[in-house]
Design a protein around this ligand. Structure first.
Ligand code: NAD
Ligand code: ZN
Ligand code: ZN
Length: 367
């Protein structure tokens, strides 16, 4: 049993509290990772606000980390040999908030990046065997998306970690654990066309902008109510920045007028029902593709004009940018090392875990 620090969320709406927790040794099929760095993604904020379905408290949040394997449980080495990724102590890894067992029908389908043996299929903030490795002050603490990267040491199923290049700087590539990979992947796996709109220019939205640029989009319209975001978006490839608050007419009409018949691809990267409907209405009525990336609050509903879809529109969503995470995260890390993209441009602040609440304040203040 390891005693270490972790940022614990005891209840919805309460600040995180940095505590000493106990982490049980890895059981069969599990690995223990020493987390070196973690990002804060808005999905962590949704968890703290109580907006995610079936979230149990107390919980250790965080799902965008990078670390070093400390120990492995029984069977990890033999399964790794079978699946071509042998995890051993000392390896640098990125925990995967979307696992890839490599055996279920979804994992075996080359078009899918979903895994039937995941926390998404069976919402739960415990490990697959319904246990938790964490205790604090005698209480069981839940895992988050099986990875809980706000803990110094965390226990994860072997098929929810990806081994990465030993040269990777963990304080930089942690962003590939969620936000960068989601945004960049959503764009490059979708965009084949010249004009795009990105609603919401946070960490994920900026990564969508980078992906649209990489996919050679010639016009990338960034939409955000926080105009301070536009300077960075333009450095990363946005050609226009517009705020819905500057117009009397709906933003979808503004985008349509700017582009003639609407953009080819639009991306919603906020998680609100109204901006999802606006993103759909902003793209070309016949050939447009709208992708939902933002996570809506549980129980939300969207009302749309069905004619939009009848006319040919494609409307879809994405989990983690469509990547099969275990296969592609190591490749993305190699691309980062080869300087094929610069995800470091997303970094705004670096804080010690003791200041984790300050990190959330900065996120919520749009900084
Ligand atoms: P963020 O808070 O950094 O960015 C959100 C941006 O949206 C901010 O810039 C904010 O000013 C802007 N915004 C808010 N309301 C707006 C409105 N009405 N109109 C225009 N702009 C508005 O968040 P993030 O970390 O970039 O995450 C964005 C969303 O993506 C979240 O909902 C998160 O949960 C989700 N997400 C989804 C996946 C996935 O796999 N689908 C992965 C990661 C994150
Ligand atoms: Zn995330
Ligand atoms: Zn699977």
């Amino acid at each position: 049993v390891i005693r270490c620090g972790a940022a614990v969320a005891w209840a919805v709406g309460k600040p995180l509290s940095v505590e000493e927790v106990e982490v049980a040794p890895p059981k069969a099929g599990e690995v223990h990772v020493k987390i070196v760095a973690t990002g804060i993604c808005c999905t962590d904020e949704h968890l703290l606000e109580g907006c995610l379905p079936d979230a149990d408290f107390p919980v250790i949040p965080g799902h965008e980390g990078a670390g070093i394997v400390k120990s492995v449980g029984e069977g990890v080495t033999s399964r790794g040999t079978q699946h071509g990724m042998c995890i051993i102590p000392g390896d640098k890894v990125i925990p995967l908030c979307l696992p890839q067992c490599g055996e279920c029908s979804f994992c075996l389908n080359p078009k899918s990046n979903y895994c039937l043996k995941s926390h998404v299929s069976e919402p739960q903030n415990l490990l697959p065997d319904k246990t938790s490795q964490f205790t604090c002050k005698g209480k069981r603490i839940h895992h988050f998306l099986w990875v809980s990267t706000f803990a110094e040491y965390t226990g994860i199923p072997e098929y929810a970690v990806a081994k990465i290049d030993a040269a990777a700087p963990l304080d930089k590539v942690c962003l590939l654990g969620c936000e960068f990979s989601t945004g960049y992947g959503t764009a490059i796996n979708t965009t084949k066309a010249p004009t795009c709109t990105v609603f919401g220019i946070g960490g994920v939205g900026l990564s969508v902008v980078m992906g649209c640029k990489a996919a050679a989009a010639s016009r990338i319209i960034a939409v955000d109510i926080n105009k301070d975001k536009f300077a960075r978006a333009k450095v990363l490839g946005a050609t226009d920045g517009i705020s819905p608050w500057d117009f009397k007419k709906p933003i979808e009409e503004v985008v349509t007028e700017m582009t003639g018949y609407g953009v080819d691809d639009s991306f919603e990267v906020i998680g609100h029902a109204d901006t999802m409907a606006a993103a759909l209405a902003s793209c070309n009525i016949n050939t447009g593709i709208c992708v939902m990336v933002g996570v809506p609050a549980s129980g939300s509903a969207i009302s749309i004009d069905p004619m939009l879809l009848l006319c040919g529109h494609t409307w879809k969503g994405t989990l983690l940018g469509g990547w099969k995470m275990r296969d592609f995260i190591p490749k993305l890390v190699s691309s980062y090392l080869e300087k094929k993209f610069n995800s470091d441009l997303l970094l705004t602040h670096t804080l010690p875990i003791a200041k984790v609440n300050e990190g959330f304040e900065l996120l919520c203040a749009g900084k």
